[in-house]
Design a protein around this ligand. Structure first.
Ligand SMILES: NC(=O)c1ccc[n+]([C@@H]2O[C@H](COP(=O)([O-])OP(=O)(O)OC[C@H]3O[C@@H](n4cnc5c(N)ncnc54)[C@H](OP(=O)(O)O)[C@@H]3O)[C@@H](O)[C@H]2O)c1
Length: 302
């Protein structure tokens, strides 16, 4: 028997939303909504859609994720990342529904030398991080059964993400300088979706709370970029993918100061995931293993 009757899923054209649309089907009927069917910047639209679907579970991977652009669009980022989750949670609470929501390593300032625990003090450095933190708080305040899953460095075979950007740039340029002093765990959208479904399968209301959910081990953006090129090269001939202009040796380390961005990023994005494994028995694959799986699905678009 399905665990849920009606699952309302937002943001189905996003990286995580796309994967969730496929994997959540094992738990119940999924009402998969894109922006045209549910506009999270429109509070009336949110209320009306939730009231008409009457979900017993809302899963909300949709977000304003343009980290740098958020610095100049704080109101829109706040509407989508803070106010929309608040309304979703309030409407879900009225229906007695539960909610799964995604958050980010960017709620931390990255000054801690060791991996962050869920209980550590948050101190976002950017508008994006602040609005995501406000969204978390709104869900807790609505006092409904919930899971807030903080993940990091999301990428997948499809979508606008670091992996696809590196492959594009490496096809255009002979060398790349990539930030080597920010550390975190690249986490694939497929891994996030599958872990969400596994957690929900054994989920009960008493397991409500905030959890870190990332792939295992850590690297820098520079290390991730090198690994992307290496994995690409392993499959290139077999898949008849084009030769890249940049080789692994020509991916050079640079510092954050060398690559200034409008939004500040935490230097340490490492998240301790022990709570997820002790509560749900879930241990996610190491990031490099997940990268191999994602690269195997990659369709070169140049
Ligand atoms: N990306 C990362 O590196 C990262 C890291 C840590 C945490 N997270 C969190 O993980 C979750 C999933 O991220 P992701 O990488 O899958 O994001 P994504 O690929 O950028 O997708 C975000 C989705 O949100 C939708 N959306 C944006 N504004 C909307 C609106 N007004 N109404 C309805 N939908 C709207 C987008 O719709 P359109 O397709 O129409 O644009 C898109 O489908 C988010 O909560 C994010 O904050 C992401």
């Amino acid at each position: 028997m399905a665990k849920f009757q009606n699952i309302l899923l937002t943001g189905i054209n996003g990286q995580v939303g796309y994967e969730l649309q496929l994997s959540l089907a094992s738990l119940g009927k999924v009402h998969a909504l894109d922006r045209s069917q549910l506009d999270l910047s429109n509070p009336d639209n949110i209320r009306q859609v939730v009231q008409s679907i009457k979900p017993d579970l809302i899963v909300n991977p949709a977000a304003y994720t343009a980290v740098d652009k958020a610095e100049v669009e704080p109101d829109l980022a706040n509407a989508i990342n803070a106010i929309a989750p608040q309304i979703l949670a309030e409407e879900a609470a009225k229906l007695g529904a539960a909610m799964v929501h995604y958050s980010t390593d960017y709620v931390y300032d990255g000054t801690k030398p060791t991996p962050y625990m869920e209980t550590d003090v948050t101190n976002p450095l950017s508008v994006y991080g602040k609005t995501k933190l406000a969204g978390e708080a709104a869900i807790r305040a609505a006092a409904l059964p919930h899971l807030i899953l903080r993940t990091s460095w999301v990428y997948g075979a499809r979508g606008k993400n670091f992996m696809n950007t590196i492959l594009r740039l490496a096809s255009e340029r002979e060398s790349l300088g990539i930030v080597a002093d920010q550390f975190g765990a690249p986490t694939s959208s497929r891994v996030i979706a599958e872990a969400t479904v596994s957690a929900l399968a054994s989920w009960t209301k008493d397991k409500s709370g905030t959890y870190h959910l990332t792939c295992g081990c850590v690297t820098s953006w520079h290390g991730f970029a090198q690994a992307i090129i290496e994995e690409y090269e392993l499959l290139r001939e077999l898949r008849h993918w084009p030769v890249l202009k940049a080789s692994v040796e020509n991916i050079f380390p640079i510092t954050t100061a060398d690559y200034p961005t409008p939004a500040a990023r935490p230097a340490n994005s490492k998240l301790n995931c022990d709570k997820l494994s002790s509560t749900f028995g879930l241990v996610l694959p190491e990031w490099r293993v997940a990268l191999k799986q994602v690269m195997a699905e990659h369709l070169f678009k140049g």
